[in-house]
Design a protein around this ligand. Structure first.
Ligand code: HXC
Length: 510
């Protein structure tokens, strides 16, 4: 027996070395951890159980039979994060650049199947040169199997992708179909074709960083939902995010003990909204003061900053916050903001996470660029997402709720359950200046008359009470009591059920 055990341990040791010590050192020299080191940081200590450590590719073309490594460039298995089960795969760049062979992909598929069957999320750590070039169509078919499972698992279990090195070619489309993508700054990049191909096809000279670095994807393309400075911080943040997520679509949001009294009053909120309605204020302050212990995990922090999306907790349970940000473009809704928030709302709805929406929106952004960029369709995405969502929805209007954007931002008409307004709320078709300029066009040359008309419009419409008279607002609440009122509303909605008309699926304006 002893010799069998020795052989087992020798094989294990070999597998753990991946592509060998020299390549591990090269990986470290680039500021990157190895696949196994990453898994160790992501999961609870000693919780990882590895599968398929001894799988090798069976390819022979281009002498590849002389280049076999146990594990075939991906480490797969399951473990726990703060005691909650999770499936994980991590591409091992030290083995043939973490490239995807048929057998490599089969390992990932096994994990995806288990995640779906057993109802736990799947996290993929990417560091790969794409399809195993020597392999041809086998690798393409294998990618297809991974993509298929990404689609089938969508809305069944949360899927997270973390890009921690190159992620090229076929490798980008699996993350693209998962719920969230996070990247590591300076060491990771994602693109469908690299700088050389770009140069040949479009004659553009670009570096990998310019083409698909973490900055590009987290600020411009919105492919990534966040970026972190290094592997360690990134994995710590993934653990933090995981604590907010339900395990599957039949699970309730996780509940964590909290010392934060739901009745906590925040007197400073009574003066958050400035006297001057055109002055900005930081909506994040409201989120942080309402959420348990001010703990907020932001999604898409550096993209479309005019809307804030992210997870917090109320009375220990996860909620999704969506909020206009008056500090950026006055909190206006544009195409990017609409897309960003729509996707977030749909994630929350898939996984039973109640939505808390804070509204201060002057409308949709007008202009050629927006119209030509398809704001009609992009804005409709958010309208659609909020309306179809059946999770508990609580909305608080802090200041402006103008025009179509009022409807969109989880208004009563879009099936929100509880709609509150602060006394400073202004629910109207538009702001006073724009309204008076249109209605009283004939009096434009008379500043006194315009001032009088403006005052008249402000007094009549720029308050929450006309909407409250119609029941579109359930109550006008004092800002300092917002946390408690939201908490109570969520308690009341705990067992919400909505009867749905049968349909195969909807047709959200993509
Ligand atoms: C096989 C690969 C590989 C690949 C890298 N390697 N990519 N082996 N297939 N796709 C191997 C290298 O031969 C090398 O092996 C080791 O991984 C490290 O690679 P280096 O090039 O030395 O590393 P680096 O300089 O850091 O460059 C990393 C890289 C580069 C940018 C990822 O390797 C690269 O451009 N690779 C090819 C990317 C690509 O075009 N992929 C195919 C995409 S097509 P040794 O033995 O020296 O350690 C695709 C289509 C699928 O994916 C579509 C599906 C729908």
């Amino acid at each position: 027996m002893k010799q069998f055990v020795q052989e087992l341990e020798a094989r294990r040791a070999k597998a753990r070395l991946g592509g060998g010590q020299a390549r591990i050192e090269a990986q470290h020299a680039r500021g990157k951890l190895t696949a196994r080191e990453r898994i160790e940081l992501l999961l609870d200590a000693n919780s990882f159980e590895e599968f398929d450590m001894f799988v090798e590719h069976r390819n022979t073309d281009f002498d590849t039979d002389k280049n076999r490594f146990p594990g075939d460039g991906v480490v797969t298995g399951w473990g726990t994060i703060n005691g909650r089960m999770v499936y994980v795969f991590a591409k091992d760049f030290t083995v043939l650049g973490g490239s995807t062979s048929e057998w490599h992909a089969q390992k990932i598929c096994k994990i995806q199947d288990m995640a779906m069957q057993n109802g736990a999320p799947c996290i993929g750590l990417f560091d790969s040169g794409g399809a195993r070039i020597q392999e041809g169509v086998g690798s393409l078919a294998a990618y297809g199997e991974v993509f298929k499972r990404n689609v089938l698992a969508s809305g069944v279990v949360p899927q997270l992708s973390v890009i921690m090195g190159p992620c090229a070619g076929g490798d980008v489309y699996s993350p693209a179909m998962t719920d969230f993508i996070f990247m590591v700054r300076d060491t990771s990049y994602m693109f469908i074709t690299g700088p050389d191909v770009v140069k040949t096809v479009t004659h553009e000279d670009v570096t990998p960083e310019q083409l698909g670095g973490a900055k590009v994807h987290s600020t411009k393309s919105s492919v990534a939902d966040g970026a972190y400075d290094n592997d360690v911080i990134c994995l710590e943040e993934m653990r933090r995010l995981y604590d907010f997520l339900p395990l599957n679509n039949r699970d309730k949001p996780p509940h964590w003990p909290t010392q934060d009294d739901p009745r906590r009053e925040e007197m400073s909120l009574d003066t958050l909204v400035p006297e001057n309605p055109n002055k900005p204020y930081d909506m994040k302050e409201l989120i942080l003061k309402v959420a348990d212990e001010g703990d907020f995990f932001e999604i898409g922090e550096n993209f479309a900053k005019n809307i804030i999306t992210g997870f917090g907790r109320i009375e220990g349970s996860t909620v999704g916050f969506v909020a206009n940000q008056p500090m950026v473009l006055a909190g206006v809704l544009d195409s990017d903001a609409s897309r960003k928030a729509a996707r977030f709302v749909r994630f929350c709805d898939c996984f039973n996470i109640p939505l808390v929406t804070f509204v201060d929106v002057p409308g949709f952004l007008p202009g050629l660029a927006q119209e030509h960029g398809g704001i009609i369709k992009h804005g409709a995405k958010l309208l659609f997402a909020f309306t179809e969502a059946t999770v508990p929805k609580v909305t608080v209007i802090t200041r402006k709720a103008y025009g179509g954007a009022y409807d969109v931002m989880a208004s009563k008409h879009m099936r929100a359950d509880v709609n509150y307004a602060w006394p400073s709320a202004q629910i109207a078709v538009m702001g006073a200046k724009g309204a008076v300029e249109i209605i009283f066009r004939n009096e434009r040359g008379n500043p006194d008359a315009i001032a009088e008309r403006t005052k008249e419009y402000e007094d009549r419409f720029l308050n929450p009470f006309i909407a409250a008279q119609r029941g579109y607002i359930d109550d006008v609440i004092r800002p300092h009591s917002t946390r408690w009122r939201v908490a109570r509303a969520l308690r009341m909605l705990k067992n919400k059920q909505v009867a749905q008309v049968w349909k195969k699926h909807d047709n959200i304006p993509l």
